[in-house]
Design a binder for this molecule. Structure first.
Ligand SMILES: [Cu+2]
Length: 326
């Protein structure tokens, strides 16, 4: 072996293009993860797609996951790649080479993070203006109102918004339909494909109206009219829960609702209204107000239990039948 050959053999092999390698592995993994999220996970995301607001929540979570997965993969991949490829030899106690600015890395970092942050800001704002809202709870005075008319009447097929007052009390939900003479129901019945305005309020403490499958969640505060919108897109049943710890029977504070066709809804609501009218309940009920605050009328409570199975309050508006107050 000549001296020149010996020098050549002692030289370390040329460094592979690490950046390109990492990028290639990252690209394949990120693409696979995003495809999995979009095609496999997205359709199963809670809360489902029973209403437009639920659908939007699914979409938002899916888009954010698609944006986040490549970032998470990049961090973990760089970490693992460093451990495997740049690991120091057991007998190597020396320092690594000092590193100074790397224009390519700096430009890529600033461009990448700026793009992600700007995208999230624009996407988040657009989705807040849309019907998705913050869990479809738009607050007592919504900044962006949905297009639609809040009228005293409601007709199926018209573009009037159906108003439903969701009233929480310890420990039950009841529903009031001001466009049907203030008729009250223990079951939340909604028409398909019709824009609905929920007016959420409470008679006593703070509750939270959570129609899970509809993707609607809104605080129920006494003396506050909290507004939330949705449009049901599928027929079927859904659950309404209280989502704010509100006392000992908070866990039992749930009931059910169903989405029916507009004509079925119309006949159900008209039937309920005339039943409550002929029973004298409707005239005895306090007049409709956005912050509903009826006085205690024991006899009325008993009537409502007989007619509509409305029960639940702990000696407040309705008699303390169920659940039993300890
Ligand atoms: Cu509650």
């Amino acid at each position: 072996m000549t001296a020149a050959q010996a020098t050549q053999a002692a030289q370390p092999p040329a460094e592979p293009r690490h950046g390109l390698r990492i990028f290639a592995i990252w690209f394949v993994l990120a693409l696979a993860a995003d495809l999995l999220i979009w095609l496999v996970w997205y359709p199963h995301l809670p809360p489902g797609d029973m209403s437009d607001s639920a659908k939007h929540q699914q979409f938002d979570i899916a888009v954010l996951a698609v944006a986040a997965a490549p970032v998470v993969i990049a961090v973990l991949l760089y970490f693992i790649y460093s451990i495997v490829v740049w690991r120091a030899k057991p007998d190597d106690d020396g320092d690594g080479e000092p590193i100074y600015g790397n224009t390519k890395v700096q430009v890529a970092w600033i461009a990448g993070t700026s793009a992600i942050v700007l995208f999230l800001a624009v996407f988040g704002t657009v989705e807040l203006i849309g019907p998705a809202g913050a869990g479809a709870g738009e607050g007592p005075s919504p900044v962006w109102k949905l297009a639609g008319k809040e009228t005293a009447a409601w007709s199926p097929g018209g573009n009037d918004m159906l108003q439903v007052q969701a009233i929480g009390q310890q420990w039950d939900w009841t529903y009031r339909y001001p466009q049907f003479g203030g008729m009250e129901s223990a079951e939340l019945v909604l028409p398909l494909n019709m824009p609905i305005t929920f007016h959420v309020t409470s008679l006593d403490v703070i509750h939270s109206f959570w129609a899970y499958q509809l993707g609607v969640k809104a605080d129920a505060n006494p003396q506050v009219d909290n507004v939330a919108y949705t449009t049901a897109k599928q027929l079927g049943g859904f659950t309404v829960r209280c989502n704010e710890l509100c006392g000992i029977w908070h866990g039992a504070m749930y009931n059910y609702g169903r989405v029916v066709s507009p004509t079925d809804f119309q006949s159900w609501a008209a039937g309920m209204q005339s039943k409550e009218q002929s029973d004298g309940v409707l005239s005895a009920l306090p007049s409709y107000a956005l912050t509903y605050d009826p006085t205690v009328i024991p006899q009325l409570g008993k009537n409502l239990v007989n007619i509509n199975q409305i029960t639940g309050a702990a000696g407040l508006y309705y008699p303390p039948n169920d659940p039993v107050t300890p």
